[in-house]
Design a protein around this ligand. Structure first.
Ligand code: HCB
Length: 215
């Protein structure tokens, strides 16, 4: 099989909610020389995007999305340990989380894993995180070089990112941290509007951007 066929197979197993097939396709992709980042970004994530579009078009429903997410998680168990970066420590502390009201964690976990692989110390606050908890964590780690890495997958939870920035300002902490927000609805225009520092398209890009703004 060509590389494109291996990636297409990964995509298709996500779209068809084929949990076992996705594990097999992941192993086949690795055996065929596809690296973990490529498999995630150009295979599995493409499938998840199609799943989202089908959901929006009411062609599939929540149980099917959950099966696709399960298939993706199975593949990620194999791929996460293989994500490589420059593991030299000391890049700073990344506090990663998903905004309050939002439980989508696949992209968040990917971004967190990639940042860890690239030498960031990680505090992963998980999903559905209130802004007050984020502030508390920054205060607990005062004096460190910190980057906040927040995800939001819904337009509703994305609005909470503005509240994060406002709260940082209120607490006098805005200049102490860099802030990178991401997730499907997050755009450059939104980042500029709320006064965050950066966004990124995907997990590999998130590591590059984080390293750059933390220099
Ligand atoms: Co969910 N869902 N969902 N969902 N879901 C979305 C997000 C919609 C867009 C689907 C649609 O309508 N087209 C939609 C949101 C609409 C909107 O607000 N615009 C939606 C909805 C509405 C909902 C529910 C409300 C449905 C319901 O209950 N009626 C519900 C919400 C529950 C809640 O959060 N309170 C819900 C539930 C679910 C699950 C549980 C079935 C499942 C989540 C499972 C899980 O995460 N454990 C799910 C899924 C899987 C999706 C879609 C299909 C895929 C999301 C995903 O995992 N993508 C999604 C459709 C879509 O996004 N197109 C749909 C793959 C990952 C790899 O991409 O974008 O998350 P990513 O992350 C990227 C990228 O954004 C970037 O790097 C990552 C890696 O490449 N990135 C960052 C991410 N975070 C970053 C942070 C940074 O600083 C920098 C970069």
């Amino acid at each position: 099989m060509s590389n494109q066929e291996l990636l297409d197979k990964l995509r298709d197993t996500i779209v068809s909610q084929d949990i076992n097939g996705c594990v097999e396709a992941t192993n086949a992709a690795l055996a065929g020389g596809i690296n973990a980042v490529d498999a995630i970004e150009n295979g599995l994530s493409v499938g998840m995007k199609i799943v989202g579009d089908k959901f929006e078009a009411a062609e599939i429903y929540l149980p099917q999305i959950m099966m696709s997410a399960k298939a993706m998680n199975g593949a990620m168990e194999i791929l996460s340990p293989l994500l490589e970066g420059d593991e030299d420590a000391g890049k700073g502390l990344a506090i990663t989380y998903v905004q309050e009201g939002d439980i989508h964690d696949i992209g968040h976990r990917l971004v967190t894993t990639m940042l860890g692989a690239n030498g960031f110390e990680i505090i992963d606050l998980g999903v559905d995180v209130p802004n007050e908890k984020v502030i508390e964590e920054i205060e607990n780690n005062k004096g460190k070089k910190i980057i906040l890495v927040g995800s939001a997958l819904m337009t509703t939870s994305m609005l909470g990112q503005k509240d994060t920035i406002d709260l940082l300002k209120e607490e006098g902490l805005r200049d102490d941290v860099k802030v990178m927000f991401g997730g499907a609805p997050v755009s450059d225009a939104w980042i500029a509007e709320i006064g965050a520092d950066a966004t990124a398209e995907n997990a590999a890009d998130a590591s590059r951007v984080a390293l750059k703004i933390m220099q």
